[in-house]
Design a protein around this ligand. Structure first.
Ligand SMILES: Cc1cc2nc3c(=O)[nH]c(=O)nc-3n(C[C@H](O)[C@H](O)[C@H](O)COP(=O)(O)OP(=O)(O)OC[C@H]3O[C@@H](n4cnc5c(N)ncnc54)[C@H](O)[C@@H]3O)c2cc1C
Length: 566
């Protein structure tokens, strides 16, 4: 007599295999952007990082770093303040890869053209695994140009901020093999309006300063160095605050608590208080915003890269699922309506990727002295930060829905992507603040508008719908009394025209055509999956990486993995 093993009531069928064992960098839009923006030389390294990002090991690190959250230890067993945060070893593993692969400060020590583009592509690939640890990595990348406003400090610390060694732990900074940096701007009474900061700074006879006050959101408090805004007698100023002083003594950095955040849970965000905290002035007294804006420009670029990466990761999870999952007799990717949803998400993602890498290319060339690119960067980061970050939550929610109930389950990884999605829209200039910043750039810098105009003109004649959208937009770029009221609408249109121009110039015609028809000519609904019938769906879908990736895992009774784009 044969018996069924206990608990074996059924066979598991029609579940997609895990998306693992692939090369995340095997991605046409990403690789073309890398080449276009001048960093083709990085492709081999990007693939190596892409294979690590697609590995089961990296996915386990991401899951563990979020499941076991950072823990604050304010005091030691004797009651002394220690203000340390413990992280899961998997967080350290993620950080180690990011620093070693040059995603933190390393590009500033490399002088090869395309360095910042290479780093941008690497950041996008690695952030697709886990976004929380990207915060300290971004801040360390971004701090370098701001710190250069204090040449003596930069001379000491820059070699360690650009190091590829991850050396965690609170020790005298100059004795470490690599340093990480953070920023403290936001206070309880205001984050966008930093002029309202109440932390005060008092000059000392030895040339240092002492800070007293609080910050309401200071992420990665175990980093070594922070740029902090405080009110000096001459006005709001930027200061360097080390966690440990040069002589090895702990500086006063009282972490009152960690934030209990919606997402981004692998990353600690803290509320520190400063009391007689030792600091050094960076830049001129009273020029705090002008100094720290050098850091903010680069973290805003990273917000675009991070959101483009999060959108692409969600698209790939959705595409992978529908490639294998069947319903009502055939695979989901063969259902016309699901093809519409995935293709629409793919357009959004491709446009975000193109804009992100174009901004990174502008940054790279601007840093090498190209004034036109610097002018473009000013507008492209503000416009891109507004739009790419704003689209991420909607796109990720739609991608999650493609997995059905499985997408709502933590094990799918989609809830983590979803919780992360609104963050970049808030940090470093929330939506409105960014939109208003675009107005400021338009009003104050005619060279930025000229550079933007030249960028769009390069695509002129490529698509009549793009040309018409630009004509309508151009006349609205003359700022009127109600410009503030209209700012979001204006910036959205600028973003779409910029994305459209990039796709018309560089993407396959199927992608550019569908983008212009839906986003610029208005043949589209309010939700994703509302592309019109004339779209070349196969042409758009064949660009979706996860519809092409070979994974190492075998399907659990899923589809045959045949080409799903055709
Ligand atoms: C996960 C996370 C990590 C963070 N890490 C850091 C960090 O490391 N360091 C740091 O300094 N900060 C950090 N922040 C704080 C973040 O930068 C601020 O929350 C952000 O700048 C907004 O400031 P606020 O919260 O004070 O909001 P507010 O400034 O009060 O803004 C609230 C809303 O009003 C809008 N608004 C503001 N001004 C205007 C206006 N003139 N017209 C119309 N609308 C307006 C904003 O767009 C926003 O939607 C972090 C935030 C998060 C969520």
């Amino acid at each position: 007599m044969t018996t069924q093993p206990i608990g074996r009531t059924h066979e598991v069928t029609n579940q997609a295999p895990p998306l693992v064992g692939h090369d995340v960098a095997e991605d046409a839009a990403l690789l073309e952007g890398l080449r276009r923006e001048g960093a083709d030389w990085y492709a081999e390294d990007l693939h190596r990082l892409g294979r690590l990002a697609g590995s089961a090991q990296a996915q386990r690190w991401a899951e563990e770093a979020n499941r076991q959250e950072p823990e604050l230890r304010t005091h030691d067993r004797y009651g002394n303040r220690i203000d340390e945060v413990d992280f899961h070893p998997s967080y350290h593993a993620l950080m180690d890869v990011a620093v070693r692969e040059g995603l933190a400060g390393a590009p500033w020590a490399q002088h090869k053209p395309g360095t910042h583009v290479a780093r941008a592509a690497g950041f996008m690939v690695w952030a697709s695994v886990e976004q929380g640890h990207g915060c300290p990595i971004s801040m360390t990348y971004a701090v370098v140009p701001a710190l250069r406003a204090a040449p003596a400090l930069a001379e000491q610390y820059e070699p360690l901020l650009t190091s590829r060694v991850y050396d965690p732990g609170l020790r005298a900074p100059l004795g470490k093999r690599g340093l990480l940096a953070g920023m403290g701007m936001t206070e309880k009474q205001g984050g966008s309006d930093v002029r309202a900061n109440t932390t005060v700074a008092a000059a000392q006879p030895d040339g240092s300063w002492r800070l007293r006050g609080h910050k309401w959101f200071t992420s990665a408090p175990m980093n070594d160095l922070f740029l902090v805004l405080a009110q000096a007698p001459g006005g709001l100023s930027c200061f360097l605050v080390p966690r440990v002083l040069p002589d090895g003594q702990r500086n006063t950095f009282l972490i009152q608590r960690l934030k209990d955040k919606l997402g981004n849970r692998s990353n600690a965000s803290s509320e520190p208080e400063f009391d007689d905290t030792v600091a050094w002035l960076v830049g001129a007294e009273g020029q705090g915003v002008r100094t720290i804006i050098e850091m903010v420009t680069m973290t805003r670029l990273d917000c675009i890269l991070g959101s483009a990466s999060g959108t692409r990761a969600a698209l790939n999870q959705a595409a992978h699922h529908v490639r294998y999952r069947a319903a009502f007799g055939s695979r989901l990717i063969d259902k016309p309506l699901m093809r519409n949803v995935i293709a629409d998400l793919a357009l959004e993602s491709e446009a975000a990727t193109a804009l992100a890498l174009r901004a990174a290319g502008a940054a790279d060339r601007a840093l090498r002295g190209d004034d036109a690119e610097r002018a473009l960067l000013r507008l492209a980061t503000a416009v891109g930060k507004y739009w790419v970050c704003k689209r991420q939550p909607a796109a990720v929610a739609e991608a999650l829905e493609c997995l059905g109930g499985n997408g709502y389950d933590e094990a799918s990884g989609m809830p983590r992507l979803y919780r992360e999605a609104p963050l970049n829209g808030i940090w470093e200039g929330s939506g409105n603040v960014n939109a208003l910043d675009v107005l400021r750039a338009l009003a104050r810098g005619p060279e930025s508008l000229a550079a933007f105009r030249a960028e769009i003109a390069a695509a002129q004649g490529g698509d009549a719908r793009l040309d018409a959208a630009w004509r309508r937009l151009e006349s609205d770029l003359v700022l009127t009394d109600d410009a503030e009221l209209r700012a979001r609408r204006l910036v959205e249109r600028m973003a779409l025209v910029l994305q459209g121009s990039l796709l018309v110039r560089y993407a396959p015609s199927a992608v550019a055509d569908a983008f212009c028809g839906s986003r610029l000519a208005g043949d589209h609904g309010l939700a994703f999956g509302t592309l019109p019938g004339g779209v070349d769906f196969a042409g758009v879908l064949e660009r979706v990486p996860a519809l092409c990736w070979e994974t190492t895992a075998s399907p659990f009774g899923g589809g045959d993995g045949a080409d799903a784009a055709g």
